[in-house]
Design a protein around this ligand. Structure first.
Ligand code: CA
Length: 356
C-alpha cells in the first residue's frame, strides 16, 4: 500500500472507530480505559485500581466496561493526569501530589506532612468540605476526582546510614514526593520524584541515597530491603495518603444518573477496602521483613521529628500564601485538623496508648 493510501485508510478507520464509540455511548454502553501511575496489578495500589474497574463493570451490568493499563502501558506514570484531562483515557488512578506542578494546592488532597490520618482525611473529604474543594480545583482541567484508596500511615523510608539528627539528612538524595520532599529540601536534602517501578534500581545503583515508598506490604514487594539497611518509621510525611480516581468530565457527563452513582460508590468502596487491605497486609509483611530478611527497624528520634514538624508548618503555610484558592483549601484543612486533633487525642490516641 502506498503511503498516501495507507494514511487515507487509517484516517477512515479512525473515523469508523470514533463513530462506533459514539453509537455505543448513544445505546448506553461505554468502553473506558483506566490509566494508572502504578505497575500493573502492583499489590494494594494496582490491585485496587483493578478492583475498581471490576466493580464498575459488574455493578453496571457491563454498561461501563473498564480496561486497566499499568504505568507505561498506554502512557507513562506521571502523564496520567494529562491523559485523562485530554480524553486519551476516560479515567485514571494515582495520587494528587503527583500533579503539584499543575497547582501546588492539589497536594492537600493526597497528604500533608504531620497532617490528617486516613480516618481524618475521609472525614475532611466526605463531611468537612474537602471533596468539594477538590472538585472545584480539578474542574479547570476537565476532570472529576474521587477519593479511591488510602494507604494509612506510611513508613519514613529506606536509608543506608542511621539518622540521628537533622544534619544526617543534609546532602541526602532521596525519593520523596509532594510536600514531604519540600520539607527534606529545607533540611538540606535533595528530594527527587520517581515512579514506584523505578525505585529499586535507583536505590541499588546509588542514583539515590534513600527512598520512601509506602509501607511493609508494598516495600517488600519491590524488594527494597535488598538495597538499603535501615527501615525508618513513622511516615511523618505521609500520615494517611488518599489515592485518587480521576474521570474525564465529558465522559462522566455522558453517563446516566445511575451510572454516575455506580462510579461514585465503587470509588468509595475501593477507598475503604484498600485501607482494610493495608491494615491486614502491612502487619504480615512487617513480620516477613524483620524475621526472614533481617531488616533493621529504626524510629526517627524525637528531636528529628520535632524539627521536621516545624519545617513542615513553614512549608505548608507558605503554600497557603501562593494564591486565593490555596488559602481556601489551607483554611478548610487547618480548621478540620484543629477540631480533629482534639477529638483524636481523646479517642484513637488515648486508646492506643492504653492498649500499649
Ligand atoms: Ca510514599
Amino acid at each position: 500500500m502506498k503511503r498516501r493510501d495507507f494514511i487515507k485508510a487509517a484516517g477512515a478507520g479512525g473515523l469508523l472507530a470514533a463513530g462506533a464509540g459514539q453509537a455505543q455511548a448513544a445505546r448506553g454502553r461505554h468502553r473506558w480505559k483506566m490509566v494508572t501511575t502504578w505497575p500493573k496489578n502492583f499489590p494494594g495500589l494496582g490491585t485496587g485500581a483493578e478492583k475498581l474497574a471490576r466493580l464498575i463493570t459488574n455493578l453496571s451490568g457491563g454498561r461501563i466496561r473498564v480496561q486497566v493499563f499499568g504505568a507505561g502501558e498506554l502512557v507513562p506514570a506521571f502523564e496520567v493526569f494529562d491523559a485523562v484531562s485530554r480524553g486519551t483515557a476516560e479515567m485514571g488512578h494515582g495520587a494528587a501530589y503527583y500533579w503539584k506542578g499543575k497547582n501546588p494546592a492539589f497536594q492537600f488532597f493526597s497528604t500533608v506532612p504531620f497532617g490528617l490520618t486516613a480516618q481524618e482525611m475521609n472525614g475532611w473529604l466526605f463531611h468537612g468540605g474537602g471533596l468539594k474543594l477538590w472538585r472545584e480545583a480539578y474542574a479547570d482541567f476537565g476532570l472529576v476526582p474521587f477519593p479511591a484508596g488510602n494507604t494509612g500511615v506510611q513508613m519514613a523510608g529506606w536509608f543506608n546510614k542511621e539518622i540521628n539528627s537533622l544534619e544526617d539528612l543534609k546532602g541526602l538524595k532521596m525519593r520523596i514526593p509532594g510536600l514531604g520532599g519540600e520539607v527534606l529540601q529545607r533540611a538540606g536534602g535533595t528530594p527527587v520524584n520517581l515512579p514506584g517501578g523505578e525505585l529499586f534500581t535507583a536505590l541499588k545503583s546509588g542514583a539515590i541515597d534513600a527512598t520512601e515508598w509506602v509501607g511493609p506490604y508494598n516495600d517488600l514487594a519491590f524488594g527494597l530491603y535488598k538495597a538499603a539497611k535501615y527501615y525508618y518509621y513513622p511516615g511523618w510525611h505521609e500520615p494517611g495518603t488518599t489515592l485518587e480516581c480521576i474521570v474525564n468530565k465529558k465522559a462522566f457527563d455522558a453517563l446516566t444518573p445511575d451510572l454516575k452513582a455506580i462510579v461514585a460508590i465503587a470509588c468509595q468502596a475501593v477507598n475503604e477496602d484498600m485501607l482494610a487491605e493495608y491494615a491486614t497486609r502491612n502487619g504480615e509483611a512487617l513480620e516477613s521483613l524483620v524475621n526472614e530478611h533481617r531488616v533493621q527497624l529504626r524510629r526517627l528520634p524525637d528531636g528529628v521529628l520535632e524539627r521536621l514538624e516545624r519545617l513542615s508548618e513553614t512549608v505548608v503555610a507558605e503554600l497557603a500564601e501562593r494564591d486565593a484558592f490555596a488559602r481556601r483549601v489551607f483554611d478548610s484543612y487547618r480548621g478540620f485538623r484543629g477540631r480533629a486533633t482534639r477529638w483524636t487525642a481523646l479517642s484513637e490516641a488515648a486508646y492506643l496508648q492504653a492498649r500499649g
